[in-house]
Ligand binder design. Structure first.
Ligand SMILES: Cc1ncc(COP(=O)(O)O)c(C=O)c1O
Length: 403
């Protein structure tokens, strides 16, 4: 069966490449590229500023994009959607704004050991500045979480919990639901890092009862430089601004200022109107494709890749034994070969994967690994991509002179 989506991705038509690095950034369909181009050709003016027709249209497009994100996440209101640059900025916003103004010495923050550095370093900063303690809940060897370990890691001092919905190394689901329930019992807040989940599965922030949720447009078919922070209105309303300057004010005097209403008080400076337009087109594309189909295609490709890797001697896949646990992410080790060499050999065979610690050094250290190679799959990949990848992996030890 030919992939019904692949032809929509110009780069994949242009280059003979098995692109297996979508967890780092996805490829873009032509509709997203065109939407951004069309924005500059037809709507370009500074959104939220001018009163002339063109500026009003730019503002309207920007707010329509916000509404598209609201619907995508099933948030209760569009004022709960804040545009940022990426997941990293979204999490920093919560750390600088919520954590610094709400945490006290003796409070605790609980995160999982699987987190991306973007969901660790902001909390380290908050710990340093508030005197709160940063603590971890640890995973099993396959990257999954034992509910008893999560329960035991909780104390009544935990005021903030944060977890990735999907790990960018093991692909395992984080204990998001359980942590949300437990932190709410303390009257605390839950932040969900959905960077690796949003491109692959439907998310409903009301169902999840997440207090904050972050994702990046660029991993979800959208342009680079546009990201999202969802926050419950009651919480956002009680938070000081993160960045200060133009567009986020109500009125300014020489020594002080009052701030705009939500969500604009969190969007200081000129916003990324073209990026928002691209994100809206990306959401439109994904809605058209349908997550059911996206998930089915990705699962079949992951099954092919996982069973192929598992059959190779000297190859060890990090994480669960079944494809369903990986959510398209397959980090692996080739015995005796450094991941950088693995990636270089794959590159010679025109297969693009990532090598290193994938911005998850504490997890690698905990699992007793320095680094790994990661193949990550999207719905626009094909069985031929996976076959080329497996063929190349199977040749690595021979090429390195290891037989
Ligand atoms: C789980 C997770 N969180 C956060 C990030 C950071 O995303 P960004 O670099 O777009 O801010 C990534 C990116 O790889 C990720 O995989």
């Amino acid at each position: 069966m030919t992939n019904p989506f692949r032809a929509d991705f110009p780069l994949l038509k242009e280059l003979d490449i098995a692109f297996l690095d979508s967890a780092a950034t996805s490829q873009r369909p032509v509709s997203v590229i065109e939407a951004e181009k069309h924005y500059y050709e037809r709507y370009n003016a500074n959104p939220l500023r001018g009163f002339y027709d063109l500026a009003q249209e730019a503002t309207q497009r920007y707010e329509e994009a916000r509404e598209a994100v609201r619907a995508f996440l099933n948030a209760a209101g569009a004022e709960e959607i804040i545009f940022t640059r990426n997941t990293t900025e979204s999490i920093n916003l919560v750390a600088y704004s919520w954590a610094l103004s709400h945490l006290r010495p003796g409070d605790e923050m609980l995160i999982t050991i699987s987190e991306h550095h973007s969901n660790i370093l902001p909390w380290q900063m908050a710990a340093e500045r508030t005197g709160a303690k940063l603590r971890y809940v640890f995973c099993r060897e396959d990257g999954s979480y034992d509910p008893a370990d999560v329960e035991n890691a909780f104390t009544d001092k935990v005021r903030l919990a944060a977890a990735g919905y999907v790990s960018n190394v093991t692909g395992q689901l984080g204990p998001v639901r359980q942590m949300t329930e437990l932190v709410h019992r303390n009257g605390g807040v839950m932040l969900v890092d959905a960077a690796q989940a949003a491109p692959h599965m439907p998310l409903d922030v009301q169902l999840m009862d997440a207090d904050f949720l972050a994702f990046s447009g660029h991993k979800l078919l959208a342009p680079m430089g546009i990201g999202v922070l969802y926050g419950k209105k009651a919480l956002l309303s009680d938070m000081p601004p993160f960045l200060r300057g133009g567009e986020m004010i109500d009125s300014v005097r020489q020594q002080d200022a009052t701030f705009a209403e939500l969500p604009h008080c969190f969007e200081a400076g000129t916003v990324n109107g073209a990026g928002a337009e691209g994100l809206r087109a990306a959401i439109g594309y994904l809605n058209g494709a349908g997550f059911e189909q996206v998930e089915a295609l990705e699962l079949a490709l992951t099954e092919q890749a996982l069973s192929g890797l598992s059959a190779l001697p000297h190859v060890r896949v990090i994480g669960g034994k079944t494809a369903g646990e990986h959510h398209g992410i397959l980090a692996f080790l080739v015995e005796g070969v450094h991941p950088h060499d693995v990636s270089a050999i794959l590159n010679d065979d025109r297969v693009a994967v990532r090598a290193g610690h994938h911005c998850a050094q504490p997890l690698h250290t905990y699992l007793g690994i320095r680094s790994s190679t990661r193949a990550s799959i999207a719905f626009y990949n094909t069985p031929e991509d996976i076959a080329r990848f497996l063929e190349s992996v199977s040749s690595i030890r021979r090429k390195m002179g290891l037989g």
